[in-house]
Design a protein around this ligand. Structure first.
Ligand code: ATP
Ligand code: MG
Length: 425
């Protein structure tokens, strides 16, 4: 007999079935025992009556511990009182794996176990429906990101994870011993995706990055994944529009494919609108000091003011953007740049902009940032042999999941978070 998934059985409401799954909960009422069986697709009630079923079946259901794994065969019966309107009366049952009786963390739907403890037992935390729902949504996010850019004729690229020097000029890198040389874990695929855009025009990627920043915040990880694009012959405006369209496509797909998950997470999502503000306008709206980055509180304020909206803040002062972001005017008079940030649900989800493709200007900007031009020689040289204007952006996968699902802590959106204190599991 072929295994059925619970969602199918709930839909069909009839026939004999073979099910495999985890013991979600049990309840004993004298002569009758109820068990909730859970698989990837849902939860179904399994009922055993001492007078009506095999003794072994009844005894196993009566004794089995939560989160043990069962295989059972039985009859599907309609029952308006059971969750989903259906229950199973099993006649054969097998204990495939026994869970110890006291679980180290509560994995019920009502669990109040704190996040750090849950992360210590992440393997068991993955038994929780809420946690499963987060990662099902996340997998639809990454899949639809890929789908969107494949459909637009982009090439998926794979950047290196080990690099020889800082790609952004920062110092927060993890060193790696690389034979006789010293190397680092890549903090960004920036330079590599630019080289690809300058040859293959339209590329996207989903890649891990590592930042050795010592801070421990609810919105930063030391290892995270990025969804990036880089395109030739386009400027800040075009790539912001592409981000707007891509995010709308992703949210539409989540709404389409994750109905059950959004219900479990008690979320009502809307496909977002977009709002475009210059840095100057943002400073006025938020009454912040000119020349400063937005604080987390500023981002929250913007989220409140523009709910269900991707707020693009463009034309930032060059001082606040990396050296490779294009100045707004050739002679840098305005001191503004072609760089932007995108804020969604009160948190930054992306940064991007037009890059400098003119070697002399790039060298000038590297120096202006107090960096050593020598360290960027191969990067600058890559623009000496035919490099078009190009732009791109980067969205953190875990950060975006956090924003979309309104999660307090980004660690909720990372399978195995790496932070200042956590390397295990
Ligand atoms: P923030 O200002 O939020 O610290 P950032 O401006 O330093 O982020 P960028 O270099 O712009 O980060 O990175 C691009 C995107 O990657 C961010 O918009 C965010 O979605 C994500 N991101 C950046 N840093 C982290 C991190 N430490 N952990 C998880 N995601 C991150
Ligand atoms: Mg940023």
């Amino acid at each position: 007999m072929k295994r059925s998934y619970i969602a199918e059985v709930l839909k069909k409401k009839r026939g004999r079935v073979l099910l495999k799954g985890w013991v979600h909960d049990t309840r004993k009422l004298g002569k009758i025992c109820f068990l909730l069986l859970r698989d990837l697709t849902g939860i179904i009630q399994v009922t055993a009556h001492i007078d009506k079923q095999d003794k072994n079946v009844f005894n196993l259901i009566k004794k089995v511990n939560r989160e043990s794994i069962l295989e059972l065969k039985g009859k599907t019966v309609k029952n308006g009182k059971a969750p989903g309107g259906v229950e199973i009366f099993p006649d054969k049952i097998k204990l495939l794996s026994k869970a110890q009786s006291s679980l180290p963390v509560d994995v019920s739907d009502f669990s109040k176990t704190e996040l750090p403890k849950r992360l210590d037992y992440r393997f068991l935390d993955f038994h929780r429906r809420k946690v499963q729902a987060i990662f099902k949504v996340q997998s639809v996010i990454s899949m639809s990101f890929r789908e969107y850019f494949y459909s637009k004729g982009f090439l998926e690229m794979q950047p290196p994870s080990i690099i020889s020097s800082a790609s952004e000029g920062g110092t927060d890198l993890f060193p790696v011993k690389y034979f006789e040389k010293s190397a680092f874990l890549a903090q960004s695929p920036q330079l590599y995706k630019q080289m690809l855009a300058c040859s293959m025009e339209k590329v996207f990627l989903l890649t891990p990055v590592w930042r050795a920043e010592k801070h421990n915040t609810p919105r930063h990880l030391n290892e995270s994944r990025q969804m990036d694009i880089e395109t030739a012959f386009s400027g800040q405006k075009e790539v912001m529009k592409q981000l707007e369209k891509a995010v709308q496509f992703i949210v539409k797909k989540v709404l389409e494919k994750c109905k059950q998950e959004l219900e479990i997470l008690k979320l009502k999502l809307k496909v977002p609108k977009a709002k475009y503000l210059s840095y100057d306008e943002t400073v006025k709206i938020l009454r912040m000091r000119y020349g400063e980055d937005l604080s987390p509180e500023d981002e929250k304020k913007l989220g409140k003011k523009f709910p269900d909206t991707i707020v693009f803040i463009h034309s930032w002062p060059a001082k606040l953007k990396p050296f490779y972001i294009m100045p707004k005017d050739e002679n840098e008079k305005s001191k503004l740049s072609e760089g932007f940030d995108a804020i969604y649900q009160g948190i930054e989800i992306s940064s991007g902009g037009q890059r400098i493709h003119i070697p002399e200007l790039l060298e000038k900007r590297i120096k202006a940032k107090g960096l050593n031009v020598k360290n960027f020689k191969s990067y600058v040289d890559s623009f000496r042999f035919g490099a078009p204007k190009h732009s791109g952006w980067s969205v953190g996968l875990e950060r975006f999941t956090q924003a979309l699902l309104g999660l307090e802590n980004i660690r909720e959106a990372c399978f195995f978070p790496r932070d200042r204190d956590r390397l295990v599991p």
